[in-house]
Design a protein around this ligand. Structure first.
Ligand SMILES: C[S@@+](CC[C@H](N)C(=O)[O-])C[C@H]1O[C@@H](n2cnc3c(N)ncnc32)[C@H](O)[C@@H]1O
Length: 290
């Protein structure tokens, strides 16, 4: 599923950690500069976790970033501009993963479908998966509704060919599946007699149960304590599935640097940016310690 054409690599400025390029700046300006510098069509994978349109500052342990907007329209205009520039920066076989929650994921799906395409059964460009990341946590006794404990990650491919390394992300079969599995066992749910259960495990479903980053201690590397920081396991599954070693992975809203950290650990090249100085400082320290 992978094209092999050569492409220019984005050089790393001296102050960036090895393996990547870390830029302090507004995401749209950074992407514009890369496009103007001839880097359109060079990125293999963009993984991005924008502000969720909470309309409150996001703060933790003295680190903060703004998620306050004049209106939903203003937020969506920024999101559309982000998606359009991402599309221009991606290689023809590249993909984008956009992580949001109930506040804006439905709007983002429409924007992504418009810019990348609605996808479809026969490998059409655009929408590939809506991944539901589920986690658990205490509810409040006063809640008048179910406890909101999932985020939505939208995966779109730029073209009709994309990277999906299923073997890099297989998970073990449930013991019951192994026990029950017979190609021709009546009532087993498996109707294809020629089908073998793959001993290497199965390709995960599009819903993932993984603990939130807050469940892990802050050590400045595996977790940096950035507000709304995402867990390594979540980002690692995305990067291993949708890119290959040596590919170029980008996150222009990198926060505490989970995407560049995992990209580096997985042998990918990376570009990361954020307009928040604390985010850049934490990411730089994290990458140097990695
Ligand atoms: C949800 S956080 C990212 C968290 C990150 N995924 C992690 O694991 O730590 C969103 C980030 O977007 C950054 N941001 C918001 N608007 C931006 C903009 N216009 N340009 C650059 N960064 C921006 C914020 O500073 C914040 O760090």
């Amino acid at each position: 599923m992978k094209a092999t054409a050569r492409r220019p690599r984005v050089p790393a400025p001296r102050e960036s950690p090895p393996g990547g390029r870390l830029i302090h700046g507004d995401n749209l300006e950074v992407m514009e500069r890369l496009l103007a510098g001839g880097h359109g069509g060079t990125i293999d994978l963009i993984v991005t976790d924008p502000p969720f349109f909470t309309q409150r500052p996001q703060e933790r342990d003295g680190i903060a970033y703004s998620d306050q907007w004049t209106s939903l329209d203003a937020y969506l205009a920024w999101l559309r501009a982000t998606v359009e520039r991402s599309h221009a920066l991606l290689r023809p076989t590249g993909s984008i993963f956009v992580h949001l929650d109930w506040r804006a994921s439905h709007h983002a799906r429409l924007i992504l479908d418009e810019v990348f395409g609605p996808g479809g059964e026969a490998g059409a460009p655009g929408f590939r998966n809506e991944i539901i990341w589920c986690y658990t946590g205490p509810g409040s006794p006063a809640m008048g509704q179910f406890n909101r404990k999932h985020d939505t990650i939208l995966w779109h491919s730029k073209g009709a060919r994309w990277t999906f390394d299923r073997d890099a992300v297989r998970v073990p079969h449930h013991p019951k599946t192994k026990q029950n599995f017979r190609g021709d066992l009546e009532g087993s749910g498996f109707t294809n007699p020629g089908h073998e259960l793959d001993e290497a495990g199965k390709v995960p479903e599009d819903w993932w149960v993984l603990p939130v980053a807050a469940r892990f201690p802050v050590d400045g590397v595996h977790r940096v304590g950035y507000p709304t920081e995402k867990p390594i396991a979540l980002i690692e599954r995305i990067i291993r599935a949708a890119s290959r070693p040596g590919d170029l992975v980008a996150d222009f809203l990198c926060g505490g640097g989970t995407v560049p950290f995992v990209a580096q650990r997985c042998g990918r090249l990376w570009i990361a940016s954020d307009r928040n100085e604390q985010a850049i400082a934490l990411t730089r320290a994290r990458l140097r310690a990695a």
